[in-house]
Design a protein around this ligand. Structure first.
Ligand code: ZN
Length: 426
């Protein structure tokens, strides 16, 4: 016991000692503008870095045919990333402990209008406790924590006594195909830990997410003959109203889903993008919009998408224009089901590590966002711990991560790895 206490103290101190370097590493990751399709450079960086740290390396492409054939795979659109997936593998000298997957994603969402940012989106500027930048929170700080939780053990002459897979993926923000590819490649372990920015809490349950596009087409005419033409933008507007009825109905079913209790509005439908028409004085012939909607944990993605299609088509039949020009709904991204985390020994170990780092009990919650964790929970079927630092402005402007929070989370992770995998001298 005394030895355990001494080891725990040494690990906490080692994270502290390496933290300045960890911050610089996080800034380096933030400096890569790794939007969809542009993650090659950052994946190269992490490949070379993990290799230099002594890991055995694997790098592979996402397999379109295999992914789209899988029930949790998302369709490949023209903008789907072709960047590789990178896995660094730590092999212990003697496999006496349990194995572990540490995952992060290095793709980030677009920055939006630059003049809405006070800080450089790729600068990694630090003001007080916050580091700013696109992806600082979601989730380059987590990626750095994966690397530096292991580095903290190494600094005191230890390494995990179980195999550790450090999996660096892309396509988390639009399809989840990167994480699914690691499963299809055959990677698995006795637990997975993903340090997404979760406010220092553990994700107990997670909604599923669907992405689809809706297209409406009509006959273009000059505005003075508008009675004769059909306005595709007006029709799309009415159709959005009909889809909102489904959202309201699903939210009304919340009491049947106690795993989402405490979430004010578990089902969120976002119309994230709309385009249509060609000219101010022509009645628009076309309109297309992009929808993201969540579904409850345990619900089937294909069935829920069909429910949306059926509702849209039933509405279209009652609409003068849409009855003649039925809309086309097409899945073009997330086709992901949610999950509920069952209690496990891995969770107990994380809770103990969190208490040692934070001097407070570990809380858990239901998240209304997509998580790659669903791959490990649903398909690998292993305890999947999604847990990470405090952040603000994720997917918005002036995204930032709390550095004091990152440090404590990294301490939790290093303690967790030491206990879950056990340790051996280097
Ligand atoms: Zn994320």
């Amino acid at each position: 016991m005394a030895r355990d206490a001494a080891l725990r103290a040494a690990i906490l101190q080692s994270v502290e000692d390496g933290f300045a370097e960890q911050v610089a590493y996080t800034q380096k990751l933030v400096s890569f503008a790794s939007q969809r399709g542009e993650e090659f450079a950052v994946q190269d960086f992490i490949f070379n870095d993990l290799k230099a740290r002594g890991m055995a390396m694997d790098r592979f492409a996402m397999d379109e045919a295999a992914l789209t054939a899988h029930e949790g795979g998302a369709p490949f659109s023209a903008t789907h990333s072709r960047a590789p997936i990178v896995v660094g593998i730590h092999h212990p000298r003697q496999e006496t402990g349990r194995s572990l997957i540490l995952q992060h994603h290095l793709d980030v969402v677009p920055v939006g209008p630059r003049d809405m940012w006070e800080h450089d989106p790729y600068g990694g500027e630090i003001v007080g406790d916050w580091m700013y930048g696109r992806g600082a929170g979601d989730m380059k700080a987590g990626a750095a924590a994966n690397v530096y939780a292991l580095a903290a053990l190494k600094r005191i002459g230890l390494q995990p006594a179980g195999t550790v897979y450090l999996q660096s993926v892309v396509e988390e923000e639009l399809t989840g195909n990167g994480a699914l590819q690691t499963f299809l490649r055959g990677y698995t372990a006795q637990a997975a830990l993903i340090p997404e920015p979760e406010d220092e809490k553990l994700v107990r349950s997670c909604v599923g997410v669907l992405w689809f596009s809706v297209e409406v087409r009509g006959i273009p005419v000059h505005v003075r003959e508008m009675g004769a033409g059909a306005n595709a933008i007006d029709a799309a507007w009415r159709l959005i109203g009909a889809l909102r009825e489904v959202e309201a109905r699903w939210n009304a079913e919340a009491p049947q889903h106690p795993e989402c209790a405490g979430v004010e509005k578990p089902i969120n439908m976002n119309i994230g993008l709309i385009e249509g028409g060609d000219w101010g004085s022509s009645v628009p012939a076309w309109c297309r919009f992009q929808v993201r909607v969540s579904i409850y944990p345990g619900q089937k993605a294909k069935e829920k998408f069909q429910e949306l299609v059926d509702h849209a088509m039933a509405f279209a039949r009652t609409d003068g224009f849409l009855a003649q020009n039925p809309p086309v709904l097409m899945q073009n991204g997330f086709n992901a089901e949610g999950y509920i985390l069952a209690p496990s020994e891995a969770e107990d170990v994380l809770a103990g590590a969190h208490e040692a780092a934070f001097a407070a009990p570990l809380e858990s919650f239901c998240t209304a966002a997509y998580l790659d964790a669903r791959v490990y929970a649903l398909y690998n079927r292993i305890p999947t711990l999604c847990y990470g630092p405090k952040s603000k402005g994720i997917h918005g402007f002036d995204e930032a991560v709390s550095l004091s929070s990152v440090k404590r989370v990294t301490q939790t992770m290093a303690l967790f790895i030491a206990e879950w995998c056990g340790t051996e001298p280097i």
